[in-house]
Design a protein around this ligand. Structure first.
Ligand SMILES: NC(=O)c1ccc[n+]([C@@H]2O[C@H](COP(=O)([O-])OP(=O)(O)OC[C@H]3O[C@@H](n4cnc5c(N)ncnc54)[C@H](OP(=O)(O)O)[C@@H]3O)[C@@H](O)[C@H]2O)c1
Length: 241
């Protein structure tokens, strides 16, 4: 699929994997809208992305846990660009620890951000995709969408949930020519590891650029031949020292 002229939304596009995806989409000539939770550095990102392309990206502060904020952001994207072709559900957060040490606040933060957020973006984007009888959604899940790992219980709950929701919505949307694709990265060197204790070797991790290249591969593949799910991980396995 030629991405030139397509309209894409990337949640959490300010940093890490989301930023790498955003840059690659802009280079393909995609009209881009990005949201992030806070405004710090958003102006710098706008300037940096402007150097990649003449397409000025729409960058907004949107907390994806809040339905009203998500709805008005998506309406603004539609008003600005006239359609929405691609949604990348990338934004997420993490807290780790033994289950008995996790708090209700940890539960609400992770489930609301990692699971309710993608529910809200899909809920508000899909009607516009149906209007066009086409669309591509990539839900960034995780290796921890399929495997349990100690200290990551609530994170696993949120990511297993996102993968399950994606599989169900994929079946709902087949008849509408809207693709739901799942990408499961493991051990990618980004700021998210600042929230995780433990002895991990970040130099051995996958780079954000490598993940972004996989997203582009999934999007550019023929719409007649969907890549339902892709797992990517460091060649030597999870990046323990
Ligand atoms: N890094 C890994 O090893 C790894 C492995 C498996 C899966 N993943 C998945 O890959 C995706 C990207 O991860 P990353 O490592 O690039 O994370 P990151 O560097 O921590 O960036 C997360 C992005 O999400 C945004 N965000 C968080 N909460 C939000 C909210 N409530 N509303 C809107 N935006 C919000 C952040 O916004 P601000 O910039 O404003 O804070 C930030 O831009 C996530 O889904 C993650 O679970 C990552």
């Amino acid at each position: 699929m030629d991405l030139h002229g397509k309209v894409a939304i990337v949640t959490g596009g300010k940093r890490g994997i989301g930023k790498a995806i955003s840059k690659k989409l802009l280079k393909e000539g995609v009209k881009l809208a990005i949201c992030s939770k806070n405004g710090e550095g958003l102006d710098l990102l706008e300037k940096e992305l402007k150097m990649v392309t003449d397409n000025y990206p729409l960058c907004r502060i949107v907390d994806i846990r809040k339905g009203a904020a998500v709805s008005s952001f998506i309406q603004e994207v539609y008003r600005s660009f006239g359609k929405i072709d691609i949604l990348i559900n990338n934004a997420a957060t993490i807290r780790t620890g033994l289950i008995e040490d996790m708090t209700e606040e940890d539960w609400e933060l992770l489930i609301d951000t990692n699971l309710k957020g993608p529910f809200l973006t899909m809920k508000y984007v899909i009607p516009y995709m149906k209007e066009n009888s086409s669309g591509s959604i990539v839900n960034i899940c995780s290796g921890l969408s399929k495997t349990g790992y100690p200290n990551f219980s609530i994170h696993c709950a949120s990511k297993f949930g996102l993968r399950g929701m994606s599989l169900a919505v994929k079946e709902e949307l087949r008849k509408d020519n809207i693709r739901i694709m799942i990408l499961n990265p493991s051990s990618v060197d980004t700021d998210i590891w600042n929230y995780i204790g433990g002895d991990y070797n970040r130099k051995k991790m996958v780079s954000s650029d490598e993940v972004a290249a996989s997203v582009l591969f999934m999007l550019k593949n023929s719409t007649n031949c969907t890549i339902d799910e892709l797992d990517i991980a460091p060649g030597k396995g999870i990046a323990l020292r």
